[in-house]
Design a protein around this ligand. Structure first.
Ligand code: SF4
Length: 343
């Protein structure tokens, strides 16, 4: 978090709900955060915690006939949620780009990869000559590490491996030099060795382009490797936002504590055995009263306590800029001793 600069992305009190036959699903409920130039923010949480819905909202990709979206999402001063379709098209790709888990579903099997990269470029460069487009596409294919790009520019997606397809998707995302890249589980569908290559590629391109990366991942090993800031989501809320070192060494929310309990040591070996989070995430149609994590929380003070009656708001705790949505965050900090995962 860079206090004195202007954020490239500001998400303010974002709420996204979906009407279903069973009731209204509150997928994202009051999420706020800022992202700064060149920063990597990782967003973690179980399935259904609201990570992907939140990310899609930044690109205004939620289905407007089923989703109700409130709040503000500012990109370069433009509120994405209230802007016209034309204004949003103007920033998609050029200011914010997104890549998804499955590269095959992001590519059209009927067009060559060269054509698909070129199409993304032409949207923001309508006057570009054929020669210029060809050169730009070829240069981008080289940047993302496609071997023999002069030959492969005319090949179709099915002729590429999973890792190479994800490189093509990254080329499409970055062809207009966006300031923000949102990556939703971009390596989950790939082999472990290919995952590492794609992550390395994203990080080196981030250095070259100076872009901000919002990375959604369930892989805490990846978080430890690439994040500066980490946002932990649970049941549509941010329950913790911390610098990566602070999160791994002294999480301020019992849910973060549970998530981290199952990963290998980060910096020291004080974590002991495997911790698991008992129970399941709550229904997003009817969240528990009070803290939505209380049915699963080992720290909950139980019947009649503030945990059961009041929904905790996200607030600063400790001295390193961490924010936590736990009434007892200061006690949690004492219990982890500010130095290791478990004292
Ligand atoms: Fe647990 Fe209470 Fe904190 Fe919720 S507010 S995470 S129930 S200790």
């Amino acid at each position: 978090m860079t206090e004195n600069s202007v954020p490239v992305l500001s998400v303010q009190n974002l709420r996204v709900s979906f009407d279903t036959q069973d009731g209204t699903v509150h997928a994202v409920d009051g999420v706020s955060f800022d992202a700064y130039a060149g920063e990597t923010i990782c967003i973690v949480g179980e399935s259904g915690s609201g990570k992907s819905v939140m990310a899609s909202s930044i690109m205004r990709l939620n289905n407007s006939s089923t989703a109700t979206t409130e709040g503000r999402i500012l990109v370069k001063g433009l509120d994405v949620l209230s802007a016209s379709e034309e204004e949003v098209r103007g920033i998609r790709g050029s200011e914010v780009a997104m890549i998804f888990q499955d590269p095959m579903s992001a590519l059209n099997p009927y067009f060559t990869v060269g054509k698909q990269i070129a199409e993304a470029y032409v949207v923001h460069h309508p006057g570009a000559s054929k020669h210029e487009i060809h050169d730009v596409v070829l240069a981008m294919m080289i940047k993302v590490g496609i071997p023999s790009p002069e030959k492969r520019i005319d090949e179709y997606p099915h002729q590429f491996s999973g890792g190479m397809r994800q490189r093509i998707v990254i080329a499409i995302a970055l062809i207009n030099n966006p300031k923000i890249l949102i990556a939703d589980e971009p390596t989950t569908a790939l082999d472990v060795t290919v995952q590492a290559q794609i992550l390395d590629l994203m990080m080196s391109l981030q250095k070259e382009f100076g872009m901000t990366i919002i990375l959604i991942t369930h892989d805490l090993g990846v978080v430890a490797e690439v994040a500066q800031d980490v946002i932990v989501m649970y049941a549509g809320h941010i329950v913790e936002q911390s610098h990566v070192d602070a999160l791994f060494h002294a999480p301020t929310h019992p849910y973060s504590w549970g998530l981290l309990g199952s990963v290998a040591s980060y910096g020291d070996n004080k974590r002991g055995g495997l911790l698991t989070i008992s129970g399941s995430p709550p229904s997003l149609i009817s969240l528990p009263v009070g803290c939505s994590f209380h049915p699963r929380c080992a720290h909950s003070k139980g019947e009649g306590s503030v945990c059961m009656t009041d929904s905790p708001s996200l607030r600063s705790v400790g001295s390193d800029g961490s924010r936590s949505a736990c009434h007892l965050a200061d006690d949690v900090l004492v219990s982890v001793g500010r130095r290791g995962f478990r004292s």
